[in-house]
Structure formats: C-alpha cells, structure tokens
Design a protein around this ligand. Structure first.
Ligand code: FAD
Length: 347
C-alpha cells in the first residue's frame, strides 16, 4: 500500500498553486481532481466571462500570464494558462477521480474515491466553492412557475430573446450577466445594497492587496471610494456599454414570489420568466464530513491549517483560509505558507 507524503484534493488554481510548492520541496504527492480536464471551475462558467482581475494580477506562483494577454483575459485564455502551467511543471494530476470521503488512519488519511482508496501522511483540500452554489430563500419560491438558475449554470443569452429576466446579485457576476442578457431580454437587476462600481479610470489591480497602499496614497483623487473591496464591480467594456444603454440600475430585493413573478416591498408585482441568481457560493467540503470538524459549513483553521487535525490544510476557499485566498493572485501566498507547514510537519 503506497502512502504519499501529501494528497491534494482538487486540481483547480488552488490545487495547482499548492502543487507548485510541493514540487519545489520534492515531496511525493498527487493531485486528485474529478473533472476530465484541467481548468477547475473556470470550465463551467459562462462563455463571455472576463476576469475582473487584470492579467498582471491573474498569475499563479512561478510563471506569469504570457505577455500580450488581454487586459482582462477571457475564460478561454485563463483555462489555456492553467493548462500550460500544469504542463510546464509536470504536476501529477489524476483526473476523473472524485474524492467521496476521508477518514483518519495510521496518523494519516485514507481517501476514498471512485477510483479506489489513496493513502497519505498529510492532506490538502482545495475543492473550491463552485459545486456548492448559494441561492437565498424567498417566500413563495416554490410556486414560481418560471425558470430559476444560478450563475454557475448560465452559459449565454441565446435562449433569452424577448424574455423577462430578473438578475439577482450585485457583484461582478451579476453585472457581467446583466450586461449580456439585457441586450436581448427585458431585464431588472436586484441587489441587496446599491452596487459599488470602481471608477472607470481605476482598474481591477486596486482590488488586490499589493496595490492597496498605492490606492490609499492616491485616495484624494477618488474620494468616492472608501476602501477597495473584492465585491466592487470592475468596469470592463461590456459593463460600461450596459451603463451607456441605461440598464445598469439596481432595485432593492422583492419580498416574495408569486406564480408568475415577484412581489416588491410596496406590494406591486412584476411578472418574469427567468430568475438568474448571481448570489455566490459556499465552500465545497462534503468529502470531509466524516472527519466531524465541519461547523456551519466551515472548518476551524489557523490560517489554512485545520485547528483540530494538524495534518489537514484548506486552500483557496475565502478569507477564512487566508486573505484573498479565493483569488488567482491571493492563492499563491496561502499555498506557499501551507507547504512550508507541511514540510515542517513531515520533518
Ligand atoms: P475551483 O476552480 O473550483 O477548483 C476546484 C477543483 O476541485 C475543481 O476542478 C473541482 O471539480 C474539483 N473538486 C471539487 N470537489 C472534488 C472532489 N470531491 N474530488 C475531486 N475533485 C474535486 N478570481 C480572480 O482572482 N479573478 C477573477 O477575475 C475572478 N473571476 C471569477 C468569476 C467567477 C464567475 C467566479 C465564480 C469566481 C471568480 N474568481 C476570480 C474567484 C476564483 O479565482 C475562482 O472561483 C477560482 O476558480 C477558484 O479556484 P479553486 O481552485 O479554489 O476552485
């Protein structure tokens, strides 16, 4: 029975960034990923997606996105970058392998998959959030006769011509999908608070921590922005174009559904055919449930290390696993620290 130094569950950007540092330390490791090919959850996103992080802030450790990339690369360009990254370093990634459950065994782990059981001394979970889309609950949701889909299921606006579409959610996904759907359909945009747009002359770099101090020094030029936040909407071309068409206006949430649409707080009704929920995701931790350390869909961590299981690390899930760890730019730092801790543990 082979026992790896480390198994990494998930071969998206977080898994690959971790592999980069494991390789450097020449550890015996394997990445297990349930998809047929490289690309993580980017494979399933909508066709016209543009990164909200500029190319210069969309690189993984060790190898920058090639020169000549668009300022805001599209989905295909980023997937191609991930493929090249994996090939360049020859990471051992086993695709088509879904981790079903994990138990502690012999001071390490037994990892059960659809391809048999794997064993390791340490474990990194990097399964992202895409398989756990979040849709808020509203009264009457079950009696609504129209279609409801999460942004993770949206591909393009091909079938939406002349439909009435409600887009819920005030982040970059909501703004980009609204910009596209509003070209062919009648749209309304619903956000909990007024959406926050970055000014046109500030690009997505300012959302990332390295740029924060520079941003704050120049704050006097942009008094309308208080603190850069990853929930701010980056004004990529399609979103600017939607603003020029006058469709970038958001309403506060409705109070309930009725069979044909939604009921607003003042009691008026809007009929609609489709609701697209751009309301985010939660960590996908299902495979770790037998470890009995999940509470409120979180695992208590010290940085990325599980507090109650010292040879388990969680990479890439959000601020609770390191600042900006759920971004391309931020995940490298957390992956590096994680592998330092793994090396110390194994020593
Ligand atoms: P994923 O990409 O989801 O990779 C996880 C991998 O693990 C997947 O291949 C999955 O299939 C696999 N997996 C899951 N469960 C199992 C299992 N049980 N067994 C085996 N394999 C499993 N960030 C930026 O920095 N810039 C951006 O412009 C940007 N745009 C975004 C746009 C959208 C629409 C979204 C949703 C996110 C965006 N992000 C962006 C945030 C973040 O960079 C992405 O969500 C990114 O895909 C997260 O990478 P990950 O490796 O953590 O997860």
């Amino acid at each position: 029975m082979k026992t790896y130094d480390t198994l990494v569950i998930g071969g998206g950007q977080a898994g690959l960034a971790t592999a980069y540092f494991l390789r450097r330390y020449k550890l015996d490791y394997l990445v297990l990923d349930d998809q047929a090919q490289t690309g993580g959850s980017w494979l399933g996103t909508w066709d016209s997606l543009k990164l909200f992080s500029p190319a210069a802030f969309s690189s993984l450790p060790g190898w920058a996105m090639p020169q000549g990339a668009a300022e805001y690369p599209g989905k295909a360009a980023f997937i191609s970058y991930l493929n090249e990254y994996e090939k360049r370093y020859n990471f051992p990634v086993q695709h088509h392998t879904k981790v079903l459950s994990v138990i502690q065994e012999n001071e390490g782990f037994a990892v059960a998959t659809n391809k048999g059981t794997f064993y390791s001394k340490t474990l990194v979970s990097a399964t992202g959030t895409a398989q756990h889309p979040f849709i808020p609950k509203y009264p009457g949701q079950a009696i609504f006769e129209g279609e409801q889909l999460h942004s993770s299921g949206y591909k393009n606006a091909d079938n939406y011509a002349h439909k009435k579409v409600l887009i819920v959610g005030g982040g970059n996904s909501g703004a980009q999908i609204l910009a596209e759907v509003s070209k062919v359909a009648h749209t309304e945009w619903v956000t909990r608070k007024a959406p926050r747009f970055l000014p046109d002359d500030i690009d997505g770099r300012y959302l990332f921590n390295e740029a924060t101090s520079k941003f704050l020094e120049n704050k006097a030029d942009h008094p309308d922005i208080k603190k850069p936040s990853l929930s701010e909407i980056v004004m990529i071309d399609s979103v600017k174009e939607a603003r020029a068409r006058g469709v970038l206006h958001a309403k506060r949430p409705f109070k309930a559904f009725y069979d044909k649409g939604v009921i607003w707080e003042d009691g008026t009704k809007s009929a609609c055919d489709i609701v697209i929920w751009c309301t985010g995701f939660k960590a996908n931790l299902n495979h770790l449930k037998d470890l009995n350390i999940i509470n409120n869909n979180r695992i208590e961590t010290e940085y990325t290390r599980a507090k109650h299981i010292p040879n388990l690390w969680l990479v890439g899930y959000g601020s609770w696993t390191g600042f900006a760890s759920a971004t391309i730019y931020g995940v490298g730092k957390t992956a590096r620290q994680t592998v330092h801790e793994i090396v110390d543990y194994l020593a």
